[in-house]
Each structure stands twice: as C-alpha cells, then as structure tokens.
Design a protein around this ligand. Structure first.
Ligand code: UT7
Length: 389
C-alpha cells in the first residue's frame, strides 16, 4: 500500500444547475401560497428544474467534469467516484457507475452513498478516509439530485422547498500543509420519519395503492424537522471544530446546507457567528439536498468569498436524521475555476434512450416549461406526459 499523505485537499470544484426556473409566482398558481409567505418563512425565491433530457447522472457528470478540470486533472486520474444522492437515476446500477461512463473514466471504482441532504458531507468524509489510508490519490465526490421527480406539487408544505442541481469536488492527496482538519458525522434514527419517501423501497414496493396514496413523493413534518435541524447543525459544527482544534472565530466562511434561511440564521445565532461570514444562495436554488453544499461552495469561490489559506466549515443535515460537518483549509487557487470554462451538458455522454414512452418531467410543471402564463393556458398533457400526474 502506498504511503499515506499528510494532507487531503480540495483541489477541484464545480457545479451544474439546470436552466428552467420555478419561481414563487409559478407556485402561487399551483397551490394555496404566496410569494411573501415563502420568502419570509424560507428565503426561497426560485428553484431549478431538470429538463426531460436531464437526470441525476447527467447533471452529476457535468459538475464532476468541471471539478476534474478545475483540479487540472484528466478523468482517468480519478481513482474513486462517490455520488451522494437520494434521487438516483435507478435503484441499480448506481448513479456513480453512470457518471463514470459519462465522463469517460476507465479506471475508477464508483458507488452511491445514501445520507440524504448530508450525502455530500458523508461522501467527503468517505473520500478523505480513502485518501488518508493511501487507497486512492484523487477522489471525485459529487452531490446530485433531481428532487422535482420526488416532489408532490399538490403539497404546499414541501413543493416550495426543493430544486434540482449537482455539485462536486475533487479530493487529492498532498504533502502540502492545509486541507481537511476536522470531520464529524452523526445519525439520529429518532428522527427517521420526519422527512422520508415512503414507497419504492423493499419495505413498501411501488404498487397501485402506494401511487394512489402519493407515497412515491417526499413527506415531511416541517416544524419538527426545523427544530432538530438547528440543534444538530450547531452541535455537529462544534464537534467538527473541536476535532480541527479551532475556535469559531478562526473560521472565515461557513457554507451550510441551504434548506431554509431561517434554519441558517438559527444556526448562526446558536453559534454566535456573524451572518456576513455565512454563504447563502437558498434564494436562487431552494433546497437541493446533497447538491446543496457543493453548489454553494462553488458559488462562494466564484463570487470571491474564498481565498487561499481560508478556513471553511461545511455543515449539513438531512433525512435519517443525518448530520455532518467538515472543517478544512482551502489551498487551491480560486482562479483555477477558469479551467472548466466550456464544459457543459454537451460534454457528457449519457444516452440510455430505451425508456420510451416514460417522460420523467413532472406533468404538473409542463405549463412552466412551455412558457404558458398559467396552468389553464397550457396545452393539456399528452397521455405520454401524464404517467405520474
Ligand atoms: O433538508 C431538510 C429538508 N427539510 C427542511 O429543511 C424543512 C424544515 N422546515 C421548514 O423549512 C419549515 O417548517 C417550513 C417552511 C416547511 C414551514 O414553515 P413553518 O414556519 O414551520 O410553518 P408551519 O408549518 O408551522 O405553518 C405555519 C402556518 C400554518 O397556518 P396556521 O395554522 O398558522 O394558520 C400553515 O397552514 O403557515 C401555513 N402554511 C402556509 N401558508 C402559505 C404552511 N405552508 C404554507 C404555504 N403557504 N406554503
């Protein structure tokens, strides 16, 4: 086994969000809600929705290719691909296997990781362990979700929260100073059914009865999840900092899971940390689950909020209830992001094409995609489009 490196560094980063926007004004026409309530209670103004030809794997592959390019690597330099997701393209094969094919990697091991919205943080921790043990030199860690396919657009308690996206980092072995400093992960099964997706697994295989009961969509007890989230995000952050041997004032930027602005503010308040040093983009994307932290991290770097030598704290919580936090020193040159210019959806090769006539796009959003002024003004969906209405 090769010698273990002294450091595990973020060397590459990248993200991808689909172009179609679902705004609060759209939601006002679909469920009993309004822009003012959504903005005040969640901070969300719009989310992105994957098009009919986009899947978790295709979005993950774009974010992954961007992260590999930013790291100055080629796809075949990657030894391991980990995809954190609760919306894999299929129960099997893994989305990670599809990503491997899509980015043209010939040699990596690849697997999915199920920790819901903490999936990216758990993936980072797993990748760190592989690199620190000398079992991998470069690991591609992706968080990617197509939550719009698991969202009930008749349920105002959930449909305003979620969106689609992907984000990625490359973790690399290095003998340079800096890199990962403290990792904490927790799981509290007492909250397992506060946010969950009842049907489609082995305990409740999908059937007419589960479809009728809309159990193929996410269910959530919002306010209980909220309280548990603020508590665990705070304690997990503190534990990660303690393992890093740092104090909160040493942290330059906190990049939290973007679930709700009030949860993020609650975290900052409980830690006594200023909001000016917390990165927020929940207004533009909503909650993208495992994609949330790496998408926010990429945007934080792109917007000049991260410089070499900064200490960062990434923290998330999700179904399980899982929670995880990473404290690390950023060592890469933010300008390396320019290496990913020109990489987009056309750069990846995903074309299963054998699933006709299933259209994965949510029928409830066809009117948004068509550019119609209201659901009533849109063409009625064809039979092909109404499979999961
Ligand atoms: O990655 C983890 C995923 N989950 C989360 O992060 C969710 C955490 N929870 C939340 O973000 C919040 O609990 C929600 C945004 C889901 C709900 O906000 P809340 O402040 O907890 O509202 P609530 O459920 O306590 O409802 C307050 C009021 C109720 O009316 P009454 O009973 O006070 O008259 C609701 O019926 O707001 C009403 N309400 C709405 N009104 C307009 C609930 N949903 C809506 C809505 N639009 N969409």
């Amino acid at each position: 086994m090769p010698r273990s490196p002294s450091g595990v560094h973020v060397t590459g980063w990248g993200a991808y969000a689909p172009s179609l926007k679902l705004t609060n004004a759209h939601l006002e026409q679909m469920v009993d809600t309004n822009d003012e309530w959504i903005v005040t209670r969640t901070g969300i103004r719009e989310r992105r929705i994957a098009g009919p030809d986009e899947t978790t794997a295709s979005m993950a592959a774009v974010a992954g290719l961007r992260a590999i390019a930013t790291a100055g690597l080629q796809p075949d330099d990657i030894d391991l691909i980990i995809v954190g997701t609760l919306t894999p393209d299929y129960p099997m094969p893994s989305t990670a296997a599809l990503v491997k094919g899509a980015i043209g990697n010939k040699r990596a091991a690849a697997f999915d990781l199920g920790a819901a919205c903490s999936g990216f943080i758990y993936g980072y921790a797993t990748a760190h362990a592989y690199v620190a043990a000398g079992m991998a030199k470069n690991v591609l860690v992706i968080g990617a979700e197509t939550l719009s396919r698991a969202t009930d657009f008749t349920d105002r308690g959930t449909c305003l929260l979620f969106g689609d996206a992907a984000g990625a980092v490359v973790l690399s072995a290095s003998d340079e100073p800096g890199g990962t400093m403290g990792i904490e992960m927790t799981t509290e099964p007492s909250g397992a059914y506060l946010i969950w997706l009842p049907a489609g697994g082995a305990a409740r295989p999908s059937c007419d009865a589960t479809l009728e009961a809309r159990e193929h969509y996410m269910k959530m007890k919002g306010s209980e999840t909220f309280k548990m989230a603020v508590r665990t995000l705070g304690s997990t952050s503190q534990a990660s900092l303690a393992k890093a041997g740092l104090e909160l004032e040493d942290i330059d930027l906190v990049v939290p899971h973007q679930a709700n602005i009030r949860i993020i503010e609650g975290l900052a308040k409980s830690l006594g940390f200023p909001m000016e040093r917390v990165f927020v983009n929940v207004d533009c994307y909503g909650n993208t689950s495992a994609a949330s932290v790496p998408l926010a991290l990429s945007e934080a770097v792109a917007s000049g909020r991260v410089k070499q030598g900064d200490k960062l704290l990434l923290v998330a919580f999700g179904s399980g209830l899982t929670s995880g936090a990473i404290t690390f020193e950023w060592t890469a040159d933010p300008a390396n992001a320019a290496r990913a210019d020109g990489i987009g959806p056309e750069s990846v090769k995903i074309a299963p094409g054998y699933l006709e006539p299933v259209n994965p796009f949510p029928p409830a959003l066809e009117w948004v995609r068509s550019g119609a002024a209201s659901p009533a003004a849109a063409q009625p969906p064809t039979r092909r489009e109404s499979h999961n209405a």
